[in-house]
Each structure stands twice: as structure tokens, then as C-alpha cells.
Design a binder for this molecule. Structure first.
Ligand SMILES: *Cc1c(COP(=O)(O)O)cnc(C)c1O
Length: 495
């Protein structure tokens, strides 16, 4: 491969060299995954700014061989990675990779079509409609979010984009009723556990920052947002002449995995004409198991729902499902119709979907083929087993924490996220407890044997263990518990 005809390889998509080079990349990745447990989960030696010095100041003047490039990936790139696919990665929420997700991504990238409208690749649009309907069925979403039920779904790159689109739809729906000036009176409601992207999204669509409500949640409700709290805040705003616009309900919050009561929030939203969005970015995947569907009970009261297959659903980055009950609300806010994008008269009674009008950008990827490959390759039963396996591992870890008197679980576990800490002891104050927990987390992460992140709950520093890696097995969860106990012994002595 060192003697590749570089001119060919560079300036054409030569099927022969392309196959050879891509195979080398696949072999490289297979080796990486085989060896992944040998790498420290975090890039331990990386200091800000230290890595870029390794790379030349300018792009090469002449092309280089793929062999050489892959050698450099091994030498210069791998050591600077945080290994998200490591089976001992328990930080944030997972970004699952899988064989089928990879294959689907290869097909998407390999075909490289840009299906912004139906005509631009009819099958890409229609397969997307099929897979979002399939997903809605698997999650047990109400029929009204399916195309046959008058709603429909779309694949975005991230929840953040999906949220901006729903906020724009809600805003324009209200503007059509109240006029453009009303935007200054529109209010968005969230909880103190809601993902920060809602605040950012509200800013992007022009909601005055002072009109973004961050409502308090408490331990009693498991940090879910109570409908009474929302009602009280809305009443106060209405009395001041403000316009309740949008309410976010989260199923599985990022910090603690908390669950907002969807039905009750939906009733409040209906009562005041607010748009209700359900953010199930992480935990939506669990809803494919009947035992977790109850958390989406009341979804028929929502205007939109989103979840990320790129988190806990074996779908490589990136893929977010967004469903809306009323697609015209979305397309009214997002459609453009310049001459160069006039669609075909499809000839039939059905006017085709142009997904450019369901998203921010014009260009888009053929993500549907990726999710379709994942669903076909593993099947619904396989996916349910996959989810349940992680939940069982998290259950085991939670019980281990409970059984060790030095530790406490700070909020009952939901799904596969365990939030815990070293517990306060006689004679040390809250700051010292926080300090010990910070040290514990730092020691675990510095070992390179696992990676976890933290959250601050009611002012307390808590450690999160998010189980859900595609390669994570029970032994990795046992190992991380042993590691935690080992570091705890060094900090506070044995149990
Ligand atoms: C991860 C997450 C998001 C953000 O998702 P992106 O796809 O990264 O934009 C939003 N909400 C919740 C609850 C999440 O867990």
C-alpha cells in the first residue's frame, strides 16, 4: 500500500484503492477495540495545548500514504483520546458504538447522499419515515406521533438541534395567534434538573433570558418537576401579563436520572396552551422495555418527544429521533422554498416530505440507513436484552454501595445511572465530605482504570456511575467497585 498511485487515490473515488484503504482502517479499528482495555480510559498525560505541538504547523504539500497516516493515528491520536468505548467508561452518558451502528454509518458515509428533500434521494426520506415510525412503536409512543396518526418524526444530529426546532415551532405558533411583539412576553419553563440546552435554545429563538424559568425540584419528588410548582409559576406569570409558551418534561435527567411526571405536566401545559416537549435523550431507549414505558405515560399530551439512539441504543454518533404531533407547526417555522429547491410534483396525491423543513440546516445525512441497520441487525428483543443487562449491572452496583456503610446512594437509581458518595461522618462538616468525594473521584479517574463524572445535588458533590457501554460487562462494574473501595480505603480507611 506504500506504493499507492497517490494521484488516483487523491483525486478520484477509485473503488479499488478505496476498498483497500478502508479495509486497512477497519482492521485498525478492530485492533483498537481488541486492545481497548489496555488504554487508560482518560488521556492521563494530556495538558491543554500540549497535543497540538505534535502536529505540523501546515498541511502537507503532497499526499501521503494511508499506512503512514494510520501509523500517526496510532502514535499521535490514540494517546490523546478519552476512550468513550472503553468498557470502564462510566462518565456522562454513553455514546454507544456497535458493529451494526458502524456498518450503518459506513453505508451512510459511503453513499454520501444529501437528502434535504424527497427528490434529492427519495428512499432516504421514506426510509427515515419508516424508522422513526418503527422507533415510535418500540417506545410505545401514542399513534399521534406516527405518520399514519397525523404526526411524524425526523432524525436530527442532536437533542440540542431538535430542541431549538421545537422552540421555534412553539414560538411561531404563538406569534400567529398573538403577533410578533408577543415574543417579549413569552415564557419557557424548565426545572433545575433540565438540560442546559433548553436555556440556550430559548435564547437562540429570541425568548428574553428573563423569561426562562428554572423551577426548583426537591428530594421528596426524586428531583422530578412537580405540576403544582409549574402551575404556581405560570399563574404568577399570567397575572403579570406574560404568555406561557413552552414546558419541558425530562424522563431521565442528565445529572441524576430524575423523572418528571409527564401526564401531570401535560395537563398543566394543556390548561395554559403551552407546548410540551418530552426530553428522553438517554432514558428513551429504556422505554423499549414494557417495564419502563410507564414513565412516558401521558405522552399523548405532548407536542413533541425526543430521544438519542446515539446514547444508549447502539447507534454510532450521531442520531436523535424527534417526533411531533403536528408537523405543520414545525414546518411553518422552518420551511424555505427558494426556486433552486422546488420539489418535483410527485404526480400523486401524496405530497412528499422535505426534511429540510424539519431541521435547521439544509444539507443533511442519510442517518436513517444507520438506525435501520441497527434495528434489523439486533432486533427489538436483542435491544431489550441489551438495555436490561445494563440495568441489572447498575442494580448490582447500587446494592454494593448500599451494603458498604462508608457510602450512600443519594437518590434512588433510575434506569442504569447510580448517584452515590462517601457519606458524612461524625466530626466532619459538609465541605470536608465534599472534599473527600472530590478526592475519591479524582483518584479513581487518575488511575486510568475507569472514568466517572460528578454532579452537584442540593449543594452536595455526588459521583455518577452511568452504566451503558456497548462493551461493558459485569466484570467491569465489579472492577470499578473494587477500585472505588481501594481508593476509599486510602482516604477514609477500611470498612
Ligand atoms: C445528553 C442529553 C441532552 C443533549 O443531547 P445532545 O444530543 O448532545 O444534544 C439533552 N437532554 C438530556 C436529558 C440528555 O441526557
Amino acid at each position: 500500500m506504500g506504493s499507492l498511485p497517490l494521484d488516483d487515490a487523491l483525486f478520484s473515488l477509485n473503488p479499488d484503492t478505496f476498498a483497500e484503504e478502508s479495509t486497512a482502517v477497519v482492521d485498525f479499528l478492530a485492533r483498537y477495540y481488541r486492545d481497548i482495555e489496555r488504554y487508560p480510559v482518560m488521556a492521563l498525560d494530556a495538558k491543554p495545548g500540549s497535543i497540538r505541538k505534535v502536529f505540523p504547523d501546515a498541511a502537507p504539500e503532497t499526499g501521503e500514504s494511508m499506512d503512514r497516516i494510520l501509523d500517526d493515528v496510532q502514535r499521535d491520536v490514540l494517546p490523546g483520546l478519552t476512550h468513550w468505548q472503553s468498557p470502564s467508561f462510566f462518565a456522562y452518558f454513553q455514546a454507544n458504538a456497535s458493529g451494526a451502528g458502524f456498518a450503518g454509518e459506513m453505508l451512510s458515509t459511503g453513499l454520501n447522499v444529501v437528502p434535504f428533500m424527497w427528490k434529492a434521494s427519495p428512499v432516504a426520506t421514506e426510509l427515515e419515515q419508516v424508522v422513526v415510525d418503527w422507533m415510535a412503536g418500540l417506545l410505545g409512543l401514542p399513534e399521534l406521533f406516527c405518520f399514519a396518526g397525523g404526526g411524524g418524526g425526523v432524525l436530527h444530529g442532536s437533542t440540542c438541534e431538535a430542541v431549538v426546532c421545537t422552540l421555534a415551532a412553539a414560538r411561531d405558533r404563538a406569534i400567529s395567534r398573538l403577533g410578533h411583539a408577543a415574543i417579549l412576553r413569552m415564557v419557557v419553563y424548565s426545572s433545575d434538573q433540565t438540560h442546559a440546552t433548553f436555556q440556550k435554545g430559548a435564547r437562540i429563538v429570541g425568548i428574553p433570558p428573563a423569561n426562562f424559568r428554572v423551577l426548583h425540584t426537591t428530594a421528596e419528588s426524586g428531583y422530578g418537576l412537580s405540576a403544582d410548582t409549574v402551575r404556581a409559576a405560570v399563574e404568577e406569570d399570567v397575572a403579570r401579563g406574560l404568555v406561557p409558551l413552552y414546558l419541558c418534561a425530562t424522563v431521565g435527567t442528565t445529572g441524576l436520572g430524575a423523572i418528571d411526571p409527564v401526564r401531570e405536566l401535560g395537563q398543566v401545559a394543556r390548561c395554559y396552551g403551552m407546548w410540551l416537549h418530552i426530553d428522553a435523550a438517554y432514558a428513551g431507549s429504556a422505554a423499549i422495555c414494557p417495564e419502563f414505558r410507564c414513565h412516558l405515560d401521558g405522552a399523548e399530551l405532548a407536542d413533541s418527544v425526543s430521544m438519542n439512539p446515539h446514547k444508549w441504543f447502539l447507534t454510532n454518533m450521531d442520531c436523535c429521533c424527534l417526533w411531533v404531533a403536528d408537523p405543520t407547526a414545525l414546518t411553518s417555522a422552518l420551511s424555505t422554498d427558494p426556486e433552486y429547491l422546488k420539489n418535483v410534483g410527485s404526480g400523486g396525491d401524496v405530497s412528499p416530505i422535505d426534511y429540510k423543513d424539519w431541521q435547521i440546516a439544509l444539507s443533511r445525512r442519510f442517518r436513517a440507513i444507520k438506525l435501520w441497520v441497527v434495528l434489523r441487525r439486533y432486533g427489538a428483543a436483542g435491544m431489550r436484552n441489551y438495555i436490561r443487562r445494563h440495568v441489572r449491572m447498575a442494580e448490582w452496583f447500587e446494592l454494593a454501595v448500599v451494603a458498604d456503610e462508608r457510602f450512600e446512594v443519594v437518590v434512588p437509581r433510575n434506569f442504569s445511572l447510580v448517584c452515590f458518595r462517601l457519606r458524612p461522618r461524625l466530626g466532619i462538616d459538609d465541605d470536608e465530605v465534599d472534599g473527600l468525594n472530590r478526592q475519591l473521584l479524582a483518584a479513581v479517574n487518575a488511575s486510568g482504570r475507569a472514568f466517572m463524572t460528578h454532579f452537584v445535588m442540593d449543594g452536595k458533590f455526588v459521583i455518577r456511575l452511568a452504566v451503558g457501554g456497548a462493551m461493558t460487562e459485569m466484570r467491569h462494574v465489579r472492577d470499578v467497585w473494587e477500585l472505588l473501595k481501594e481508593k476509599a480505603n486510602e482516604l477514609v480507611g477500611g470498612s
